[in-house]
Each structure stands twice: as C-alpha cells, then as structure tokens.
Write a protein that binds this ligand. Structure first.
Ligand SMILES: Nc1ncnc2c1ncn2[C@@H]1O[C@H](COP(=O)(O)OP(=O)(O)OP(=O)(O)O)[C@@H](O)[C@H]1O
Ligand SMILES: [Mg+2]
Length: 1063
C-alpha cells in the first residue's frame, strides 16, 4: 500500500494521501505534531525515522539507502533507538528557531520527528526529574557538524531553561565562551573551514530549579604543530588572521604588526590566508565582545594579544650561521618586539634561542645550536607559548563560568550536563602521532559507547523481566589494550623509547613495537605483513586495525612529539616573563622539579581515562555526526564517504545491538493510547491496567507469540513488519475515526454555540422582561398615586383650593380645556358647549364667545360676494316676513335668484324704452285688474329707480320708487301683493294688485331696491287698496284648503290661501 507524503523542510509531514481513501491530514507548520509513528507510513519516500525499524537491519546498503532518502528530503536526523544520527546539510535548514525549540519542549522523544532538540529536551528532563548527571557525546569526523551541534544544544538550553535567580550572566558566558575558544582553537583545514583543533568537554551546571548556574570546560590535545606549520590549503588558528584583519591601527602598531598575513611566515605555509567563507573582520568583533563578557579586563586582552603577536614575531625570527656554524639571530627588530611583548630580557632570549643548556654532573653548560637546531628551538617555543596560552585561556574561561554561588545550599544540589565535542576518527594519506592519539581517543569512546549501550539494553531487558539474549558484537577492548596496556601497549613502548638512554629514534621505536606486539591481530608492519599486504606498507610505518578500519601510521616524529621538548634555557627565559599570562603559563616549579614531565601520549591517555570516568558517571546520550561529502556542498550524498563513516562510527554495530532483541518497544500506556482504536474492547477507553489492555489489543491484532514479548512496563516487538502492519491498519482506521471525531466535534461545537445563543437569548429576554415589568410597575404606581390624588381631590372638590385638591382641580381644568378642543361647536348653528367646572365658568363663557366670533369671522371671510348678497337679502326677507307670513318658511331654503327672466325673455322694445336704466330683477307676475280682477300675465322689472310692469313688448306701468308708498301682503300663504302708489301722481292709475310665485323673493328685492323695507305691511284678513281715482278696492283673505282667487259677490277680491303644515 503506497502512501504519498508531502513534507516541509523541517521534516514534518503536512499531508498524507492514501491511495484508496483520499484524505488530507492538516498537519505540520502550525505546530501540529506528527507523531513518529505516523511518519512511518511515509517510509516509502522518506525512509524510517528510526533505523531499528529497518526490516533488513544487517544490510549496510539498506542503512545507507534510508539515510539517502531522508537526506534528499532534507531530513538530516534519524534515530537508532535513543541515538541520534545527524547528516551535515551544509545549508541553513531553518530548523533551529525559537518555535522549533518550543515544539520540542516537554514532548515525548518518539512523538516528534527526530531532532537535535528532542535529544536536548529529553536529556534536560532526565536531568531534572531523575536528578542524574547527563552527558551528550557528539562524535563524527572533521566537518560532520559536531561543533555546530554543540552550539545548537547550548543555545537550546540558554533559551529554554529558566534564568537563575542570581548570576544570570552565566548563560551569556556559556554562549560567549564559544567564539573565543573557536578563535584560538579552530582553524581552516582541508576538511572544514572551522575545524576544531582540540577536543572539548563542557559541563553545564544546573541548579535544582533547572537554571544554568555554572560551567566548566576540559580541553584535549590542541594540535599545536599548526602554529608553525600548515598543509597546503590550510590556515593557522583563526585568531592570527582576526587580529591582523580586525585589530585597530593603534593596537597593531603597539604590537609591531602589519595588516598583512603574507608578512608572517607562520601564516603563509598553507598559502590561503583568505577564505571566502570566513569573515575575519567581523569574527574579530565577535571575539572582542565575547572576551568582555567572559570577564577579560582591557589589560588581560592586551597581554593575550601580545602573546599572539609574539608568536608571529617568533615565526619571523631568522638565524644565520657564524664561522663555527653556530646560529645567530639576524632579525633584531623581531627580537626587540619579542622582548617587549613577552616581557623578557633581550639578551637572555637571544641566548636561549641560539644555545642549549645542559646540566652535566651538577654543572650547567651552554652549548651553541646550529641553524637547524635553532629553528627547531624557536618553533618549539612558539608551540609551547601558544598551547600553554590556550590552556590558560580555558582556565580563565572556567574561572568566569564557575558558579559564584558555590557556597550556597542550592549549589550542592546541582546537576551537570556534559557536552563532548571531540575530534572524530581520522585517516589521512600520511598519519602521524596526532592521528594516533585522536584515533586512540575514538577507540576509547567507542568502547564506552558499546559498554554503555549494551549495558543499558541489558538493564532494560532485566528491568522488564525479559530473558537477555547475548548479542554478538565486536568489542574493541582488544585495540584499546593494544594502545594503552602497561608495558605491552604502544604508548608504554613509545614512552620507554623516549626515556631510555642511548640513541633512541623513531625507527628503533618501530622495531621495539615489532618485537613486543608482533603477534597482535590488530597490529601490522612491513616486516610482519605477508607478501601481499607488505606492498601497501613502508618500512617506517605501522598499521593498526581499528574498529573503524585500518590506519597506517608513519613513525617519523613520534618520539619528538611525544617528548614535546622545550630546551631548559627557553623555559627559564619564559619563567622570567613579565607578561602576567606567560608567567602563569611557565611556572618556576617546572624548573626545580627534577622529575621528567609525563610524555604527551601518557598525559593524553590519562586525560582520556579521566574523561571516560567522567562520562561513565553520567547518563549518556549520543549524537553521531556524518559528513555527506568532502566538497562542503549541500545536497551531495557521497555514498563511499558515508559508508566509511557509518562503518567507523560503528552505526551498524549500534543497530545490531539495538535490534538483537526487539526492534520496537513502548510503554504500555503509550502503545495502548496509540493503537487502542484498533480493537473494540480497548476503544474508546480501557478501564483496566494498560498492560492487560495491550494484551487484549495484540490478541485482537493477531500478533504471534514469537513476534512480541510483554515486559513489566513495556511491550517489545521483535520485527518492524509487525509494527508496520499495525501502523497501516491504524492509518485506515484513522480515516473513519477522523470522520466520526469530526462529526462529534461539529455536533459538540454547534451545540455549544446553540447553548450560548440560547443562554444569551434568555438573558436578553429576562432583562427585557425585567425592564418592561419595572416600567409597568412604575406606571401602575404612578396610576395608583394619581387615582388616589384624584379621589382625594374629588372628595374635597368643593373646598377652597388646597394641596389635597389642587391636583384634582387642575386635572379637571386641564381635562376640560383639553376636551374642549375636541368638542368645539362645528358651525355657527351648533350651539352645543361642554359644561365647564365651576372654576372655569367665566373662562368658558369667554371662550365660547371667542369661539363663536371666530367661527363667524371665519365664515364671513370664506363666503363669496354672491352668497353674501343672497344672505343679506335673506336677512332682509327674514326681517320682513319672519313669523308674519305663512309661506315665508317655505321660501327660506329656496335660494333667491338674481333674476327670473333672462335678457332674451324681455322684449327689446322694453329695453329700448328703459334706455340706459339697467334691469336689476325681472319676474313673471299676474296682474289683477282693479275692476274685474281679471288676471293678466305681466313681467315685473326692477330698475334702480322704478318698478316697471310690462305687457309683452309694452311698458304698461312705471312706478318710480319715490311714488311707491308701500307694499301690502296678507299674512296667509298666498302670493298676492299690492303696490301702493302715490295718489297725487295723475299718471298713475292706482295701486297695483299683483301675484308672484316667488312673492317673498320679489318683495324682498323690491323693498331693497326701493328702500321700502319698512313699508311692507302684512295684513290679517284684508287689504284695502286704491282702485282708481276715488275708488278703493278690498281683498279678503281667508285660509282654506287650496288657493282660490275669485271676485266675491261683494265686489271684493276673495283669496283663499291654503293652510300650510308649518303653521
Ligand atoms: N546542522 C547544520 N546545519 C547547517 N550547517 C551545518 C550543520 N552542521 C554543520 N554545518 C556546516 O558544516 C560546517 C562544519 O561543521 P562543524 O564545524 O560543526 O564540524 P565539526 O564536526 O565540529 O568538525 P571538526 O571536527 O573539524 O571540528 C559548519 O561550519 C557549517 O557550515
Ligand atoms: Mg568542531
């Protein structure tokens, strides 16, 4: 089943794509951890994260293939159980940030992808919880990344550990000790531009709270030969170049130096003073700053740099042979500077450089040196000065790192974490004494490694109650013994050769070796080799079969380097140095001590034994660094080189030991936690002991008895394939679980949301109800109060105004006034008016009047002139007839019309006869003859001056208003009227009896035109009128059923007027 995995450069899986069940696991960048096991599913592409899970664990090819796969994906870290294998990426992978530190803090080692920080954190937690000292051993060949790893570890601790209560500067000092040590102890070599030329073991002390409170550094065997000689393409120690590049002019002048490395013989041997990857100038600044942090005073810095400068001056010191072939110093200038910088007598130094002091039979003799010897003595002095200064520097740093609180109680409960960054196994074309020491060191560490790994493996099995099955492995103790054994070991033989009187040389040493250890299976020389191998060995060489491979050493220089001789007079001279650092480095007791100092090899052996003791007393953790190529290039995986390293780092051995028993082991809790979903009985929770749960689980999974063992706290699985099958099953199971979890989560999420909304709604509701209730209560209270006051006021309403009834009275008043607004009369005829309270009676009357006036005023303003005239006429009619004539009420609703005859109905002749006189009103009338009372149809016209009676086209009678003395009508409902005319007017024939259907209208208009409003007589019973000259007529009116106008027998005109209902 192939799974595709997408990765980000940090090595975390961000997407796992299953071929049959498409799924996306959003993991990775945002801190979601991918457990180690889940990455197992990605093994096709990125290999396994732990080599113990390699099916074919004995195959070196499979091992390297796994490394290659991971390296291709920028996954530089892989485990072999608890051991971390690291491949130098030669590029910044951005995997050491603060976030990465946080990600690896406090998590279980196997739950996160392999990382240096995982080791760092595990070690730190073990240190804190178990309170046991820890040691991280970092090994690998030059350029494999040991120093980088050490720095990253220190950085991790500096940034993640709590700060100590006092002396917080320790953290800075721990970090800053690095650049200083690197400046003095590192150099560019062919293998590494920043190669550590000394071994380093650093202890960091933590107080009981886990804060770093102090530190201590042990250094091992500085490669001091580099001071006077470098191979082609290599450099001297960084500090020389940094000083020349970065030192201020003034300082260089004081030290007598030129800003040019080419001027110094000790710096030109390798012919590569400038290296593109190194910035000496900026490094100088870092070193200068670091010196201050680690407590260097300005004077101390000056003294230290004087020594560095003096080494350069020594390198430029030349000799010439005098007549007797004795060497003489020719470079006076250098001598002058040396005298000043080292604080020694010029003459003493000159003598010491060119003579050797021999003590024979208690007498001191000075023997001159030849040129070669003088050069040798000078170089020996340079090396001694530099290496002792380096040792002093380490001491100085240690004083600065030492906890200032050593006396406090917390100091006693400190725990120590050791970091070992030591040179890895080295094989060159030509290997010398240094390689011999270095490789011996690696043998010792390998032995310790095997011992401790096997021991811990064994201890684990014992602790878990599982039968220990002996593991076949190569124990390199035999090689360690070959080197270090007393009397028979190579070091002993070398020391013996160095010490014995007589002509001891490197070759006699070789012979001695051949003689003493010729039967040793790991030792070979030209002489001891068989025909075939002899070809690959020179006569001056011996070969050791190290655990990591064969190395051929050339014995040239072994004795010299082991003796490390510095002529006595040079020592004496240096002991008298005024430079405080030099005087500490060269102690007078050395001169007095008659005992020969220990040889270099013995010193180294002893320091290694001590180191092994230190490491043994601590819980070990391992980081095995591998260099992927010699070109220092990223993404290049040189298989031959890597295979070699895998071999000599003993990684296969390591894996075999680890796999000898079981490939995989986990605490029951962790195992059950991870796989419980695969068994219905253990899912979702197992109530019993985890161990029983695991038993049920593995039975359900069908594990065969030979595939696993149950320990006391852990399950041990023998083959990776068993685990992988379980992993695959889990991966499939996960999909369905993920869906279920998603659904459950969504349900939960929405339910939570719903409950929140519901709760909020209830809150709002209750708040609102509260508000409404309070408002209502307030209103009720107010209402009750008001009613109470009203009742009170009502009871006292007749009393004079007082506080008790004031409200009521005001209320009555206000409500009357407010109601009044709505109950005002609608028109002038509406006489309704609300009854006012007693206090407002007068005001009410005034208001009523005002209101009426206002209505009238409004009415008047709104009426048209025609209507006004109509009303005026109606008013006049009312004045005249109201209550006096029976048919008046019937006329009231009928409008008066301006005229009852149109202009076309009046003859033009009449109009002509009237001339300019306008006709104001015309109406058809019936005229009754004065004698016979014959009715005749006539037209009655009113002009401004007269009443005109017209018969067809003829004006029959014109009565000027002046002659109209009165008008008479009856009080009944008839429509007769009589116009009384002036008798004196002869033209007039007498009064005129007329009848109009519109009698009220006609008479009103006439009365108005003739101004005879007061001259209308309304008679009861009868009217007398002048019928002609000297003869009066009488009209009798009687009420009857219908209108009847006849001439009565008595000669009167009898008018029966119908009775009207209204009367
Ligand atoms: N983890 C890493 N990430 C990026 N670059 C690295 C890493 N480790 C090492 N390097 C690169 O490799 C170079 C060599 O590493 P380092 O100096 O640590 O090697 P070393 O094992 O200490 O070698 P030596 O034994 O010579 O001191 C570093 O200068 C750096 O450029
Ligand atoms: Mg290093």
């Amino acid at each position: 089943m192939a799974l595709q995995v997408e990765l980000i450069p940090t090595g975390e899986i961000i997407r796992v794509v299953h071929p049959y069940r498409p799924c996306k696991l959003a993991l990775g960048s945002d801190g979601v951890r991918v457990t180690m096991e889940s990455a197992l599913t990605a093994r096709d592409r990125v290999g396994v994260q732990d080599f113990v899970l390699l099916e074919n664990f004995t195959s070196e090819a499979a091992f390297i293939e796994n490394l290659r796969r991971r390296f291709r994906e920028n996954l530089i870290y892989t485990y072999i159980g608890p051991v971390l294998v690291s491949v130098n990426p030669y590029r910044d992978l951005q995997i050491y940030s603060r976030q990465h530190m946080e990600r690896y803090r406090g998590v279980s080692f196997y739950e996160v992808p392999p990382h240096l920080f995982a080791v760092a954190d595990t070690v730190y937690r073990a240190l804190r919880t178990e309170r046991r000292d820890q040691a991280v051993m970092i090994s690998g060949e030059s350029g494999a990344g040991k120093t980088e790893a050490t720095k990253r570890l220190l950085q991790f601790y500096a940034e993640t550990c709590p700060a100590p209560e006092r002396g917080g500067a320790v953290r800075d000092r721990l970090l800053q000790s690095n650049p200083v040590l690197e400046a003095f102890g590192n150099a560019k070599t062919l293998r590494n531009d920043n190669s550590s030329r000394f071994g380093k073991y650093m202890d960091v002390q933590f107080d009981f709270k886990g804060a770093p409170v102090g530190g201590h550094i042990l250094s091992y065997l500085l490669e001091k030969s580099r001071v006077v000689h470098q191979n082609h393409g290599e450099r001297n120690f960084h500090i020389f170049y940094q000083l020349l590049e970065g030192g201020e002019e003034e300082m260089l002048r004081r030290l007598g130096l030129e800003r040019n490395p080419q001027s110094y013989l000790y710096l030109v041997k390798g012919q590569c003073a400038k290296v593109s990857s190194i910035n000496d100038k900026s490094d100088w600044k870092v070193v200068r700053k670091a010196l201050t942090v680690i407590d260097f005073t300005e004077d101390e810095v000056e003294d230290l740099l004087s020594i560095v400068a003096s080494v350069l001056h020594l390198g430029n010191t030349h000799f010439a042979a005098d007549e007797e072939s004795n060497a003489q110093v020719t470079t006076e200038n250098q001598l002058k500077y040396l005298t000043r910088l080292l604080g020694v007598e010029g003459s003493t130094l000159r003598e010491a450089l060119t003579h050797r002091k021999i003590i024979a039979k208690g007498e001191e003799l000075l023997s001159p040196l030849n040129l070669e010897q003088a050069a040798y003595a000078r170089d020996a002095l340079s090396k001694a000065i530099y290496s002792r200064t380096f040792t002093w520097l380490v001491g100085k740093i240690n004083r600065s790192l030492a906890s200032k609180d050593a006396e406090s109680p917390s100091w006693r409960s400190t725990t120590v974490l050791g970091l070992l960054d030591i040179y890895g196994f080295e094989v060159f074309q030509h290997n010398s004494f240094e390689q011999f020491c270095i490789n011996y060191c690696n043998e010792k560490l390998q032995q310790l490694f095997i011992e401790l790994t096997l021991k811990s493996e064994q201890e684990e099995y014992e602790a878990e109650g599982i039968a220990w099955e002996p593991v076949q492995y190569f124990n390199n103790k035999i090689i360690c013994d070959l080197v270090e054994e007393k009397f028979k070991g190579i070091i002993s033989i070398l020391d013996e050769e160095c010490l014995r009187p007589g002509e001891a040389t490197d070759l006699t040493f070789l012979e001695k070796l051949e003689e003493t250890i010729k039967h040793h299976p790991h030792f070979l020389t030209h002489k001891l080799a068989d025909q075939r191998t002899r070809k690959s060995l020179d006569r001056g060489e011996f070969r050791l079969l190290h655990y990591a491979g064969e190395v051929t050493y050339n014995v040239t220089g072994f004795l010299d380097k082991n003796n490390d001789l510095l002529f006595r007079n040079l020592k004496e001279t240096m002991c008298s140095s005024k430079n405080p650092i030099m005087s500490q480095c060269f102690d007078r007791s050395e001169l007095i001590d008659k005992k020969r100092p220990e040889t270099v090899a013995t010193q180294f052996k002893m320091s290694l034994l001590q180191l092994v003791e230190i490491l043994k007393s601590k819980e070990p953790a391992y980081i095995r660094c591998i260099k992927p190529n010699d070109a220092k290039q990223p993404s290049r995986f040189d298989e031959v080189l890597i295979r070699h390293q895998v071999k000599y780092l003993g990684l296969m051995e390591n894996l075999r030991v680890r796999r000898a028993g079981f490939a995989y082991r986990r605490k029951y809790e962790a195992f059950l936690q991870r796989y419980k979903s695969l068994c219905p009985e253990t899912w979702p929770t197992w109530a019993g002991r985890p161990q029983d749960g695991v038993a049920v689980l593995v039975r359900h999974l069908g594990y065969k008895p030979e595939e696993y063992k149950m320990g006391r706290t852990k399950i041990f699985i023998r083959f990776p394939k068993t685990l992988f099958a379980t992993e695959d099953a889990l991966e499939v199971r996960r999909q369905s679980l993920a869906t279920k979890i998603q659904a459950a989560w969504r349900g939960f999420h929405w339910r939570q949301k719903f409950l929140r909304v519901k709760h909020s709604a209830i809150c709002i509701q209750s708040w609102w109800r509260g508000t409404l209730g309070r408002r209502k209560a307030a209103k009720r209270k107010w209402a009750a109060e008001t009613i109470r006051r009203l009742i009170h006021g009502f009871i006292l309403r007749h009393a004079p105004r007082c506080p008790e009834n004031a409200f009521f009275l005001d209320h009555v008043r206000t409500s009357f006034l407010l109601n009044l607004r709505r109950q005002l009369p609608r028109n002038v005829l509406d006489t309704s008016w609300p009854t006012p309270p007693p206090a407002l009676r007068e005001a009410s009357e005034l208001l009523r009047e005002l209101c009426l006036k206002n209505m009238v005023w409004k009415y008047c303003r709104s009426i048209s002139p025609e209507w006004k005239q109509q009303l005026q006429q109606k008013a006049v009619a009312s004045e005249i007839f109201k209550g006096k004539k029976d048919n008046y009420p019937q006329s009231v609703p009928r409008l008066f019309i301006s005229t009852r005859l149109g202009a076309d109905e009046i003859s033009s002749k009449v109009l002509q006869a009237l001339g300019s006189e306008p006709i104001q009103y015309a109406v058809p009338v019936v005229k009754y003859d004065r004698k016979g009372y014959k009715p005749r149809s006539r037209q009655l016209l009113l002009t401004p001056n007269a009443v005109v009676i017209v018969e067809d086209a003829k004006v029959k009678q014109r009565i000027d208003y002046a002659n109209l003395t009165g008008i008479s009508v009856s009080s009944l409902s008839d429509s007769l009227f009589v116009l009384h005319v002036q008798r004196e007017d002869n033209k007039q024939k007498g009064d005129v009896v007329l009848q109009s259907d519109h009698v009220i209208e006609t008479l009103t208009k006439m009365a108005l035109s003739a101004d005879r409003v007061n001259n209308i007589n309304i008679n009861q019973g009868s009217i007398t009128f002048a019928g002609g000259p000297g003869r009066d007529g009488i009209i009798d009116f009687t009420p009857g059923s219908e209108l009847l106008i006849t001439k009565a027998k008595n000669g009167h005109l009898a008018v029966v007027a119908p009775r009207l209902n209204s009367r």
